[in-house]
Design a protein. Structure first.
Length: 284
């Protein structure tokens, strides 16, 4: 049987040939998962030979990653703002950029004793759960059209101790207006913003494995901003705000959509790479 160090080196070489980013890191994280340890634990036992069952489990993980299945789906979890989140192919993998959306939402809601928030497109529940963890007293309604995503989000809310603060509903964004009315201080969303044209240029991991409906609107990438802005007047309290994540180059179009739907005081926030990533607006 190979040692831990030997199999990591071999696996990293294999993943590199398959054009997997950070092949060594991927190889180490996958083996750490098989051995139920962490990367530091691996370093402390590099010379230990693996057992046959460990090799077999690890080879299956490496095979899947070599086929470009996302690391997070293989591990079954990801981290978002320091919180562990269960993820599978029913939900979008949380991105670091979305942490900026949560941070901006927390700033917007600071000073409101019991803010009411509508999270459109819950996915894994990462946005709603992270807001709830950072704003005790917040009441959040999180919606998604997919029942499988709702189940994952509920599990994550329970795991992170915020089930009492977040309510999940399976409902299409086009129908939310009839169920909820003028009760929210903030609408927050990371909608499907990739245009159908740009979708084909995405990494194989995204195109082949993540839920397509959560990535692209099958149009110009602006469909859900129009829905959110158009319904905001009937969902927000007076002076309520909207905060959304976006793709690079969409800020002017989204600002125009907001203005046409009576959302003013528009702000654009950049991510750490200097890319415009978040747009906020306030109901006039």
């Amino acid at each position: 049987m190979p040692t831990i160090l030997e199999i990591i080196n071999l696996s990293a070489e294999y993943l590199a040939k398959k054009d997997v980013e950070s092949p060594r890191l991927n190889a180490e994280l996958l083996l750490a998962s098989v051995l139920k340890t962490n990367r530091v634990g691996l370093y402390l036992m590099f010379e230990r030979p693996l057992q046959e069952n460990e090799v077999n489990s690890y080879r299956e993980f490496i095979r899947r990653r070599g086929g470009r299945e996302p690391l997070q789906y293989i591990l079954g979890e990801d981290e978002f703002m320091g919180l562990k989140m269960k993820v599978n192919k029913s939900v979008l993998i949380p991105r670091p950029e979305t942490e900026i959306l949560v941070e901006e939402s927390i700033k917007i809601l600071a000073g409101i004793p019991e803010p009411h928030i509508l999270d459109i497109g819950c996915g894994s529940g990462n946005i709603a759960i992270a807001i709830a963890k950072n704003l005790p007293g917040a009441k959040i309604i999180s919606i998604d059209k997919d029942a499988s995503a709702i189940e994952v989000a509920k599990e994550n809310a329970e795991m992170n101790g915020v089930s009492g603060s977040v309510s999940f509903f399976q409902i299409d964004a086009n129908e939310m207006e009839s169920k909820f009315a003028k009760q929210f201080d903030l609408i927050v969303s990371n909608p499907p913003y990739v245009s159908i044209r740009d979708f084909e240029e995405l990494q194989l991991e995204v195109r082949e494995y993540e839920p397509v409906y959560a990535v692209t609107d099958d149009s110009d990438g602006l469909t859900f901003y129009k829905i959110i802005a158009g319904k905001s007047q009937n969902l927000l309290k007076p002076g309520g705000k909207v905060a959304v994540e976006m793709a690079m180059g969409q800020s002017k179009d989204i600002a125009s959509i907001f203005e046409k739907n009576d959302l003013g005081n528009i702000s654009v926030i950049k991510d750490l790479a200097g890319i415009e990533r978040i747009v906020t607006g306030e109901l006039r």
